[in-house]
Design a protein around this ligand. Structure first.
Ligand SMILES: *Cc1c(COP(=O)(O)O)cnc(C)c1O
Length: 388
């Protein structure tokens, strides 16, 4: 039995999405920029997809720019606005629990002489709007606060901090990769100027995403070399990927409420089982969190040892962001939350999705219980041997 509880890292492409994409690898292979009928067919498919995604976001199709994924969208939002607004100011504010795709471009900007303020979070991983108010300066050009955290699932008060920033004329970016298609994401309700999303986190293909850019927002392109995407992002459009992204979001929205209820109930069942294990604690916000996320630390057990043991048993989970897994680097998110070191090093993220079943959840709880017990027994024996 193999159980996948790592849907926050990536999701399988829904077979219905694959069906929608297939023609665009074959008959409809044209370059969307070509004038002939081959190109026009591809162009029509891209335009249709853009309308679907714009409707999902509550924006105009012209405000949706296709990218290679949320990493590119985040990089572009940070660096593109900082460069475009340089004459006005050289200060950006980002939360300390952002994905590395936001934090690293912020660090790059700092290395080029921009001032960067990292917002603290509370022990649940939430930003305090008063800290945002204090962080903004006359030369601040951008605030970036994610919609929901990919490691601990905590939701941020994006609408509230966006209101504060926009009153000061500061652009607002949110990374909505974990929420787009799963929770309501409306750019006007959130009050953001820029928003990142990715197809492969919502049962679409890997390698395609979008950046919403509110009309009139000043942003420099990162990719130059063609007039694609109204001159904002050069490069031949990934037509099958774009078609798949739109189909995936269409399906996600049509099934959102039913799926959210189903997955939420399974997550609660999983969490009840895991927290019944002695020395287990929940990381992240108890209620303001993604419906599919359970991040738990087990006292006296390192996440790496536990993940290896679970993998051997057939259960795939994660220690947080896939990008830092495999390295010993502790989670910057849990560290920013001020959790004790042992809790940071013991955190395991279980994320559920479209194909998770109750049987899988129950089996997963048993696997974790066994693995935690074995690891604790082994470390107890080791301690005993050292002493004797
Ligand atoms: C996965 C993820 C990204 C990166 O998205 P890619 O499309 O894989 O580049 C960025 N931000 C968040 C919050 C994510 O979960």
């Amino acid at each position: 039995m193999r159980i996948y509880l790592d849907y926050a890292a990536t999701t399988p492409t829904d077979p219905r999405v694959l069906d929608a994409m297939r023609p665009y690898f074959g008959e409809v292979f044209g370059n969307a920029s070509s004038l002939h009928v081959f190109g026009q067919e591809a162009r029509a498919a891209v335009d249709r997809a853009r309308r679907v995604l714009a409707q999902a976001l509550g924006c105009q199709p012209s405000e949706v720019v296709f990218t290679s994924g949320a990493t590119e969208s985040d990089n572009w939002a940070l660096v593109g606005t900082a460069l475009a607004c340089e004459a006005r100011g050289r200060h950006v504010v980002v939360s300390s629990v952002e994905h590395k795709a936001v934090l690293e471009p912020a660090r790059f900007l700092a290395s080029r002489g921009f001032a960067v303020t990292l917002l603290p979070v509370d022990r649940f991983g939430q930003v305090d709007p008063d800290d945002v108010r204090r962080a903004l300066r006359d030369d601040t050009v951008l605030l970036s606060v994610m919609h929901a955290n990919n490691e601990v699932g905590t939701l941020q008060p994006v609408a509230e901090v966006a209101r504060i920033a926009r009153e000061r004329g500061v652009l607002v970016h949110t990374d909505a990769t974990q929420t787009f298609g799963a929770l309501p994401v409306d750019v006007d309700a959130l009050g953001v100027d820029l928003l990142s999303a990715s197809a492969h986190k919502r049962y679409g293909p890997k390698g395609v995403g979008l950046l919403y850019v509110r009309r009139g927002t000043r942003i420099e392109p990162l990719l130059r070399g063609g007039a694609h995407e109204r001159g904002r992002r050069a490069g031949t459009e990934n037509v099958p990927g774009i078609v798949g992204f739109a189909r995936a979001v269409e399906l996600a929205l049509a099934e959102r409420e039913a799926e959210q209820a189903r997955v939420g109930a399974l997550r609660d069942r999983l969490l009840a089982g895991l927290l019944a294990i002695e020395g287990a604690v929940l990381n992240g916000h108890p209620t303001a969190r993604l419906p599919n996320n359970a991040n738990v630390s087990f006292e006296g057990v390192s996440s790496e040892a536990l993940l290896l043991s679970l993998d051997l048993r057939g259960l795939a989970a994660s220690s947080g962001s896939a990008c830092t897994a495999g390295s010993l680097e502790p989670s910057h998110v849990l560290a920013a939350m001020g959790l004790p070191r042992e809790q940071v090093e013991g955190a395991v993220r279980f994320t559920l999705g479209r194909w998770t079943t109750e049987q899988e959840v129950d089996a997963a709880v048993e696997m974790v219980r066994e693995a935690v017990g074995e690891l604790r027994a082994a470390s107890g024996r080791r301690k005993f041997r050292v002493r004797s």
